[in-house]
Write a protein that binds this ligand. Structure first.
Ligand code: FMN
Ligand code: SF4
Length: 438
């Protein structure tokens, strides 16, 4: 295992993770001792519009995958419209490889609760929801406990800290569907319907939850708000790059010596992250990786020095996504990894639109054929053609995301496909697993 150099260690910028190792970090007493709820006291003395401006000035961009500017999103909420406004926190975190929001809610749930109160005050919402995925029982328990502690201390409920501001916060557990992380499907699910994406426009900013103005933000986005209120926009911008400001939690998994969450300034490279994580596991050499979960095109060993910010990853032909860096080595097969991801997308496709529902179904079958040693050269054209018909033609981002690993693995690792087709690699699937593949 390699020891990181001091200049690489200096890349660590613990802001959202800074309390995670404190004893009982999830309890309100610990949180209050470590700056907790100081930002709320400050925010409640400010005008809501000034808070929206502060978030705009900080350059904070959504941590849910798309990197949309948060202050701009808050500014879209019409004011003085006489309708209820809602803040909905997206805590579904279902993207394969992604594991930054659940640890945050488990270790430091008050950071999210405080962020929710400030954000709700800024957009003039008197009701907020945290939609957490159903399987995350432990995190949901911690969160519910934190919400109760905040009510007991007067940070939630009526007349918060005697400011005249009222807020009710509800933690809602979903039933566990990846599509319910898509913001409009999430809203349908929260309203009690089957979670399927809505047609846009109208957008949630005007017609969101219960057809009222709604902000949907990721856990990491909202948990970033208290530090920005306390530290200011310039401090936040002193970390990261010009267009991707602040720190980011990078989750390393796979063939790495010390997998886990590493919070660094945006723009850190995988080479530096691997150094922080003790390098690759012994006997493994980096072969391919995802910069931001399975919906983002694969990158290869040649991309070790790509700056991991929104612009840098886009320039390398991929997407920063959720900064879930899944590391694969020369002992892993890109064809098989892509197949496993496709099984996931096929299973999680909500079925609303034909390209995604049928396209993923067919691609899974083509992969099974290839991995069972019965693929043909035409299968590779079929895969690319199917991706062409899914990407940009699907109703929501799930369909688009499913094509990422297919097209990128064919771009970088076509030889691996040919080795199965031409019999140089032993089949990974048996005839039994081929049912329906022809
Ligand atoms: C299939 C699918 C799943 C998604 N899952 C999540 C998720 O689990 N958490 C999340 O914050 N955003 C998820 N998103 C993105 C949301 O639709 C939305 O962009 C995000 O919650 C906005 O928050 P942000 O601006 O703070 O990033 C998903 C999108 C798609 C298409
Ligand atoms: S792209 Fe897939 S998940 Fe999205 S609406 Fe279409 S079928 Fe549903």
């Amino acid at each position: 295992m390699t020891t990181p150099r001091p200049e690489t260690v200096a890349k660590l910028t613990p802001v959202l993770t800074k309390r995670w190792l404190s004893p009982d970090a999830w309890r309100i007493g610990t949180y209050e001792q470590l700056d907790g709820y100081a930002a709320l006291r400050k925010a409640l003395k400010a005008h809501p519009d000034d808070l929206i401006q502060l978030i705009k000035d900080s350059g904070l961009r959504g941590r849910g995958g798309a990197g949309f500017p948060t202050g701009l999103k808050w500014g879209f909420i019409p004011q003085g419209d006489g309708k209820p406004h809602y803040l909905v926190v997206n805590a579904d975190e279902g993207e394969p490889g992604t594991c930054k929001d659940l640890p945050l809610m488990t270790h430091d749930p008050h950071a999210l609760v405080e962020g929710v109160i400030i954000a709700s005050y800024a957009i003039r919402a008197s009701r907020a929801y945290i939609y957490i995925r159903g399987e995350a029982v432990h995190a949901a328990r911690r969160l519910r406990n934190a919400v109760q502690e905040a009510y007991d201390k007067g940070y939630l409920g009526r007349n918060i800290l005697r400011s005249g501001y009222d807020l009710e916060l509800v933690v809602h557990s979903g039933a566990g569907a990846y599509i319910c992380g898509e913001e409009t499907a999430l809203l349908d699910s929260l309203e009690g319907f089957r979670g399927q994406p809505r047609l846009r426009p109208p957008f949630p900013a005007t017609h969101g939850l219960y057809a009222s103005p709604t902000v949907v933000n990721n856990v990491g986005t909202i948990a970033s708000v208290p530090p920005i209120v306390l530290g200011g926009a310039d401090w936040w911008k002193s970390m990261g790059t010009e267009k991707s400001s602040g720190p980011m939690i990078y989750s390393l998994s796979g063939r790495v010596a010390n997998p886990g969450q590493y919070e660094c300034s945006m723009g850190v490279t995988l080479r530096e992250l691997l150094e922080l994580a003790g390098g690759m596991q012994p006997g493994h050499n980096l072969r391919f990786w995802t910069p931001g979960g399975s919906s983002t095109p694969l990158l290869a060993a040649e991309h070790l020095d790509v700056p991991l910010d929104f612009e840098g990853v886009a320039a390398a032909g991929s997407i920063l996504g959720t900064t879930a860096t899944q590391i694969f080595s020369d002992q892993d097969c890109p064809v098989y990894a892509t197949y496993r991801w496709l099984e996931f997308y096929h299973h999680e496709s909500c079925g609303k639109c034909t390209p995604c529902r049928e396209g993923n179904y067919w691609m899974v079958r083509v992969y099974r054929r290839i991995l069972a040693g019965q693929g043909t050269h035409e299968d590779l054209d079929t895969l690319l053609d199917t991706c062409d018909n899914i990407l940009g033609r699907s109703f929501c981002g799930l369909g688009d995301g499913a094509t990422s690993s297919v097209t990128s693995s064919l771009k970088y690792f076509k030889q691996d496909y040919l080795d199965y087709i031409e019999g140089r690699t032993a089949p990974k699937l048996s005839d039994k697993q081929l049912v329906g593949a022809h």
